[in-house]
Design a protein around this ligand. Structure first.
Ligand SMILES: Cc1cc2nc3c(=O)[nH]c(=O)nc-3n(C[C@H](O)[C@H](O)[C@H](O)COP(=O)(O)OP(=O)(O)OC[C@H]3O[C@@H](n4cnc5c(N)ncnc54)[C@H](O)[C@@H]3O)c2cc1C
Length: 639
């Protein structure tokens, strides 16, 4: 039986979304009140969805593990959010944004979804502006924009280096309006432990109250996962330390296919690791590459201070290799180019694992004030972390794990392979192919939450109006709750010597060394072996103090690491299966003579969607063939 039905509407690409909206089944206002929807997550996608569904009149239950929805990881986003407004009159359009994303993703995303993301981008900006998000404005009062990697227009709207925070505050205010109206009930400090499936449909979740430890049951007609990405599988990453894959992974084990897990974005501009005790890395926004120039010394092992190296002895390697896009090449390209220079012995600093991001020329040309206006808080952050003033000396940067293009497989309606279970925002695989372009995640997350899901979910819910409120007193809820508690108790009972963080760090190191910016068959196989050994040790030697029925952050961490071991295995299996290089997935065996990614469209122009078949059993691969009707698959070149 064909299991991947993408439900792409018929017709011309540009007409699909309009046609879909005009023909989708609706739920009338009186019936909406009888329908419950669970939304897990309160980032731009989750808070957006909960607010929009509440506004439509559904009963929404919204969950997050933070103490407040406004602390969701989206708060960390710095640089900006894209939209095809073409305010600069520089040739932008919905089609061009769509095209940039398809090309940026190295032709491994589904055309119809990407076009729709570009289409709703303008609504997102209007909506946030109406919510009071203080986007930067130019002198005349209109919204200002800047450029991000992989594009030749200026379409990124921003609020200094705090775009995510300001947008999330907008979402938080729309969410609060619904909480006050009673359409959304908020459940903070709750962790989703498992998904309840009844007669093949998603009907609820099991959560743990993180303050009291109580295990709870929640039922609904549909469940939406807006639970973010799994970049912390590398331990050190730019994500919030508590970001995790557990909700998506549990849903996967209940029947939701996981798509392209090996497509992980390594961001080129992060503050390099300073010591062994660090638990996270800090991003320096891509927006900085609008004005900062990336370079290394032209001579190997040159340890002179950056300012003492004369112009003619500097190698602006991105400008040299990619003259058409220069410092604004996409992230995968910039990351690999920095790695290549460092591996060749041109890296700077004590470790040699860093390159310069230099604002000298921009400050000379535009003045310090102009640079401060654009990036002031990022410069301050860098200075606080490193003690170096980037107005005086170049920043030192190095790539780090950042974003996951892979995620739960969804169809055009954003429904997973479990009927009634939806995945939105970074939690799904939908819009970015093998590499995400900067500032397109906030755009997708908010677009999914506010504008796409509220339109698509009624197609499913229209047939659910006769189903009474979902009772949690059923054998399925009871069994799921019991199983979730047993898993936590099993972790608690190990009583070994090592903390969850110790294992996470070791897992992250293996992932970074063998499944990071570049991969090869031998390394991937080695990683599988090492991870299996470490996983066995984890289940023998983990130590968690305390009990299940109290605040227990060690238990939270351990449970997430246990899932990461399993996801790591699938991620590597996916990387081994894809015998080509595309976007962020760079297999060393498949490259051009000048070190660029070598795609194999004949054999791999598909989405790899993996089906869980049982503990310890191999996953089954399902392929969604990607058909490109509006764009031609070309070699992706930024030269
Ligand atoms: C440092 C940094 C800077 C970035 N800058 C930009 C930028 O400038 N522009 C851009 O477009 N993108 C940027 N990104 C990417 C972007 O921020 C994220 O991809 C996006 O915010 C994800 O939003 P989301 O709604 O999908 O999930 P998130 O914001 O990650 O929210 C996840 C939510 O799920 C909840 N959750 C997760 N698991 C569970 C569970 N088991 N139980 C209960 N709740 C759970 C969490 O509590 C949280 O509320 C940046 C990323 C980083 C790391």
């Amino acid at each position: 039986m064909e299991k991947l039905i993408s439900k792409i509407p018929e017709g011309q690409l540009a007409q699909k979304w309009t046609r879909f909206k005009s023909s989708v089944k609706l739920v009338n206002p009186a019936n909406k009140k009888k329908i419950d929807i669970i939304v897990v997550g309160t980032g731009l996608s989750g808070a957006g969805a909960a607010s929009a569904l509440g506004e439509l009149g559904y009963n929404v239950k919204n969950f997050c593990y933070q103490d407040s929805p406004r602390r969701a990881h989206s708060v960390a986003a710095q640089g900006g959010i894209n939209a095809a407004k073409n305010y600069q009159n520089d040739g932008d359009s919905t089609f061009r944004l769509f095209y940039d994303m398809i090309k940026g993703g190295d032709y491994r995303a589904r055309e119809a979804n990407v076009f729709r993301a570009a289409e709703v981008s303008n609504q997102v900006i209007d909506h946030f502006t109406a919510l009071g998000v203080p986007f930067a404005r130019d002198y005349g009062g209109t919204l200002d924009t800047r450029s991000f990697g992989g594009v030749q227009v200026s379409r990124t709207f921003y609020a200094k280096g705090q775009t995510g925070q300001q947008c999330l505050l907008g979402c938080y205010s729309s969410l609060n309006r619904q909480i006050k109206k009673g359409t959304v009930k908020m459940y903070p400090r709750r962790e989703m432990l498992d998904l309840v499936v009844i007669d093949g449909k998603a009907r609820g979740i099991i959560t743990r109250n993180l303050i009291t430890g109580e295990i709870e049951r929640h039922g609904a007609h549909a469940v939406v996962l807006a639970t973010g990405g799994y970049g912390t599988i590398y331990y050190l990453s730019t994500l919030a330390v508590n970001s995790n894959a557990s909700a998506a992974w549990k849903a996967h084990k209940k029947g939701a296919f996981f798509a392209n897990p090996s497509f992980v974005q390594i961001h080129p501009t992060c503050v390099p690791q300073l010591n062994e005790f660090q638990s996270k890395l800090t991003l320096m926004s891509e927006s900085l590459r609008n004005d900062g120039r990336v370079w290394v010394p032209g001579k190997k092992d040159d340890k002179r201070p950056a300012n003492n190296i004369p112009e003619e002895e500097r190698d602006y390697f991105l400008e040299r290799r990619y003259p058409a896009f220069g410092n604004l090449v996409p992230r995968d390209v910039a990351s690999r180019a920095a790695k290549e220079r460092c591996d060749a012995g041109y890296g700077i600093g004590e470790t040699g694992l860093a390159v310069n991001l230099d604002f000298r020329d921009a400050i000379k040309k535009q003045g310090k004030k102009a640079i401060e206006n654009k990036y002031g808080n990022l410069f301050e952050m860098y200075n606080t972390i490193t003690g170096v003033d980037p107005y005086q000396e170049p920043m030192r940067i190095y790539p780090a794990g950042h974003y996951t293009m892979g995620g739960l497989w969804v169809d055009y309606e954003l429904m997973t392979t479990i009927p009634g279970l939806y995945a939105i925002g970074e939690a799904n695989f939908s819009d970015h192919g093998a590499n995400r372009l900067g500032a397109s995640s906030l755009m997708q997350a908010a677009g999914d939450g506010y504008f796409v899901l509220p339109n698509t979910i009624s197609n499913y819910l229209a047939d659910e109006i006769r189903i009474p409120r979902i009772s949690t007193e059923t054998p399925e809820f009871e069994a799921c709750e019991k199983e979730a508690a047993e898993k936590l108790n099993k972790l608690l009972s190990i009583k070994g010597k090592q903390t969850a963080a110790t294992f996470h760090k070791k897992l992250g190191k293996i992932m970074w060394d063998f499944v990071g910016m570049t991969r090869n068959e031998t390394g991937l196989k080695k990683a599988l072996e090492l991870i299996r050994e470490l996983q066995t040790e984890f289940w023998k030697d983990l130590n968690i103090p305390g009990t299940i029925s109290e605040l227990n952050m060690e238990l939270e961490k351990a449970s997430r690491v246990a899932d990461y071991f399993e996801l790591a295995e699938l991620l590597i299996t996916d990387a081994l299966n894809r015998k080509e290089s595309c976007g962020a997935h760079f297999r060393e065996e498949y490259q051009t003579s000048d070190g660029e990614a070598l795609r194999n469209d004949k054999e791999y122009a598909y989405v790899a969607a993996w089906e869980f078949t049982g503990e310890g059993k191999p996953h089954i691969l399902h392929k969604e063939e990607l058909k490109f009707e509006e764009v031609e698959m070309k070699v992706r070149s930024y030269k």
